[in-house]
Design a protein around this ligand. Structure first.
Ligand code: UDX
Length: 417
């Protein structure tokens, strides 16, 4: 397993759990030392337990550098980051470097599996970077969600394998025999496109939901009721229909930008997707607009509940909470924030406190930006006492509106009046 981020570490720990011998490699020496001691650097439900299990059984080990992991391997998984380049394109430098490093060390007959999210043509690129035309490179995109990555790995909706080499595809399929999900074998271009298309569709669904919420506000409808009724149509589905402050994370924004760039490179203007991104930027601004509608922002103190991009993770990459906070700061407000999983952020001006009530202290507006359960169970009397004015902008629709109104708060959710 090359790379011990969310994908590599989850995949490695799960394969060890399924009985395979797994060696995970990373270039970060400190991280490898921590992992050897069972210290998992990310907040992911059940992952620390699986890593501990793998270390104890001896089926899971950690080394520095990909070359040290692959010599004996039947399968080599590339799980390195493929970040967004400045122009929205996909930066493949980590992937090329990892492939070049392992090239001479992979044993003949092994299969290299590309799990990193990569554009069409990347199986060939990996083959070339390895300098090994004798090694089959197979695309096997991951669809794990942070916060439920282990469950998603062990009970996936589908396993997608893309290869021009049927024998290599069958070898990778065989690894998933114990998992009980449909295995779909296709060509590399289709497998690679599936990942971008799936994430682009999810992003589209969320931007649609958030724009319907705006329509609901404008016409006096309740988005909760509208979406509940819409979701009963099986073609629409109930999942992924929660309105919010915009969507974020390490995948959706990067993959949505990438598919626009990939399409552009292939001569197609993906204007629909550009609209999806614009609607998301608009959503961050709409949340700030709600705050500005009840307080003059310059000099105002805003309490922010949530920093992670969603509940169940400590990940703040492309977090809507931070996008909202940055806009508030830019308009002269002071931000006091609390998140149960995030102790610090790298943005000047955000004061991170270690208790939700400390975030509400002297605040004129309280903004709920991440849907942590505990935010729906706060002591509202305590909050009413500590705030300088009683205004709530609930960008996740999780607080008790009636209870807030009865305590003299103004309440604005998303898509509900
Ligand atoms: C996503 C994809 O779901 C996963 O399949 C892919 O492999 C990686 O990217 P993840 O980044 O973990 O997973 O987050 P996800 O659960 O999809 O949430 C993305 C964003 O959408 C978050 O900001 C979340 O708060 C928001 N969201 C999600 C909503 O606003 N409403 C919803 O109903 C669902």
């Amino acid at each position: 397993m090359i790379g011990t981020g969310y994908v590599g570490l989850t995949t490695g720990a799960c394969f060890a759990h399924l009985g395979h011998a797994v060696v995970c490699a990373d270039i970060d020496v400190d991280k490898v030392q921590r992992l050897r001691a069972g210290d998992v650097p990310i907040h992911e439900a059940g992952l620390a337990e699986l890593v501990a299990e793998g270390l104890e059984s001896g089926r899971l080990s950690f080394v520095v550098g990909g070359a040290n992991a692959v010599c004996e391997a039947d399968y080599v998984y590339l799980c390195v980051p493929t970040p967004q380049g400045d122009d929205g394109s996909v930066d493949l430098d980590y992937l090329k470097a990892a492939a070049a490093e392992i090239g001479t060390h992979v044993r003949p007959g092994a299969v290299v599996v590309n799990k990193s999210t990569v554009p069409v043509g990347s199986t060939l690129l990996v083959e070339q970077a390895m300098g090994r035309s004798d090694i089959a490179v197979v695309s096997n995109p991951e669809f794990l969600r942070e916060g439920s990555a282990i469950a998603d790995f062990l009970n996936p909706d589908r396993v997608v394998i893309g290869s021009d080499d049927p024998a290599a595809a069958d070898l990778v399929a065989a690894l998933h025999a114990g998992i009980g999900a449909p295995v779909m074998i296709t060509d590399p271009a289709s497998a690679e496109t599936t990942k971008y298309a799936a994430n682009a569709f999810l992003a589209t669904k969320l931007s649609f939901v958030n724009t319907i919420a705006a329509v609901c506000e404008a016409v006096g409808a309740d988005v909760g009721d509208v979406l509940a009724a819409m979701g009963c149509d099986e073609r629409i589905g109930k999942e992924f229909l929660r309105p919010g402050p915009g969507w974020g994370g390490s995948c959706l924004p990067k993959d949505a930008a990438a598919i626009i760039s990939i399409a552009h490179g292939a001569g197609y203007d993906f204007s629909l997707m550009r609209g999806v991104l614009e609607a998301n930027d608009e959503q961050f601004k709409r949340v700030v607009g709600k705050v500005a509608s009840v307080v003059s922002l310059p000099g105002a103190t805003i309490g922010l509940l949530g920093l992670a991009f969603k509940a169940g993770t400590d990940d703040t990459r492309n977090s809507p909470a931070l996008e909202v906070a940055k806009l508030l700061l830019a308009r002269g407000a002071k931000v006091r924030a609390y998140d149960p999983a995030v102790a610090a952020v790298d943005i000047d001006g955000i004061i991170v406190v270690d208790d939700p009530y400390a975030a509400t202290e002297a605040a004129e507006v309280l903004v709920v930006a991440t849907e942590w359960d505990e935010f729906s169970r706060l002591d509202l009397d305590k909050i009413a006492e500590s705030m300088a004015a009683r205004h709530v902008v609930d960008a996740r629709n999780i607080m008790d509106r009636e209870a807030l109104l009865s305590r003299g708060f103004s309440y604005q959710g998303i898509g509900r009046n």
